[in-house]
Design a protein around this ligand. Structure first.
Ligand SMILES: NC(=O)c1ccc[n+]([C@@H]2O[C@H](COP(=O)([O-])OP(=O)(O)OC[C@H]3O[C@@H](n4cnc5c(N)ncnc54)[C@H](OP(=O)(O)O)[C@@H]3O)[C@@H](O)[C@H]2O)c1
Length: 255
């Protein structure tokens, strides 16, 4: 039964921005379940290095190159090349993201636009590039990596919360658009994990402890704690789950 629910052999998973952090952790997890792995970031050498590491360790096929999720042409080219190399993409994890922290009154328009472009327009473009093929094949998984901050606000996170909240509603709309087809669209909403994106908080003992104190479990997430949730949403086990937000936040949003 476990094999029927969670085996990803014969599938190809594209995890955007898997060169580090949660993306890399999720890519390794899906490879361990048997999926071929496709990834991109703005840094092609780093993407290729992660792909090589995963291919060696898990014995799966991989494809990686530089591609910016905000560039529609690069993404179309990337999807075409990846599909030719390792097979059609039937699992998409929209993970690439950025965060600039400032109050609204101090937020330059360029930073606002950059966050919206990468965190919201990027997932729109990547899902637009793979959904037709998924629908035609009658099976697919799109997982948008939103955030607990896609469901609640936090000061000094204007563009980030707006982008991640937008992603939650894009999830529901896309889920409805393809519900008839065997393709599911869900959002995964993590709480705080120790990655480069959170470097400023991790390097500030006061801010780090403030976060711990606000978390009902009293601690940040361990990187492995993203694996069960992503495997569930990417695998056959979640076939009747679509349009939901799976919040993985140590209870932050339960309060
Ligand atoms: N860490 C957390 O606590 C947390 C909590 C909730 C949600 N999340 C979400 O989880 C996702 C991953 O976060 P993380 O903490 O693992 O971040 P991270 O360590 O900073 O990694 C971000 C990844 O995205 C890539 N990327 C950024 N902009 C890109 C672009 N325009 N095109 C292609 N790739 C791009 C980065 O590579 P390059 O810079 O080389 O392009 C990198 O591989 C994000 O969507 C984030 O919002 C994280």
């Amino acid at each position: 039964m476990i094999d029927r629910l969670f085996n990803l052999h014969g599938h190809t998973a594209w995890i955007t921005g898997a060169t580090r952090g949660l993306g890399k952790q999720m890519a390794r997890c899906l490879a361990a379940a048997g999926a071929n792995i496709v990834t991109n970031s703005r840094n092609g050498a780093e993407a290729e290095a992660v792909a090589r590491e995963i291919a060696l360790e898990f014995g799966v096929e991989t494809f990686a190159t530089a591609a910016d999720v905000t560039d529609e042409e690069s993404i179309a080219e990337f999807v075409s090349e990846a599909s030719k190399t390792v097979g059609p993409i039937d699992i998409l994890v929209n993970n690439a993201g950025v965060n600039f922290r400032r109050p609204t009154t101090e937020m330059p328009l360029a930073e606002w636009k950059r966050v919206l472009d990468i965190n919201l327009t990027g997932p729109f473009l990547c899902s637009k590039a793979v959904l037709p093929e998924m629908v035609a094949r009658g099976w697919g998984r799109v997982i948008h990596i939103s955030s607990m901050l896609g469901t609640v606000g936090l000061a000094e996170r204007g563009p980030y919360t707006a982008s991640k909240g937008g992603l939650v509603l894009l999830t529901k709309t896309q889920a409805l658009e393809v519900a008839h087809s065997g393709v599911t669209v869900n959002a995964l909403c993590p709480g705080p994990f120790r990655t480069e994106m959170n470097r400023a908080l991790l390097d500030d003992p006061v801010k780090y402890q403030e976060f711990c104190a606000r978390l009902p479990v009293g601690r940040w997430g361990e990187m492995e704690e993203i694996e069960g949730p992503i495997l569930f949403l990417a695998s056959p086990s979640s076939s009747f789950v679509t349009g939901v937000c799976l919040v993985v936040d140590g209870g932050w949003t339960a309060q």
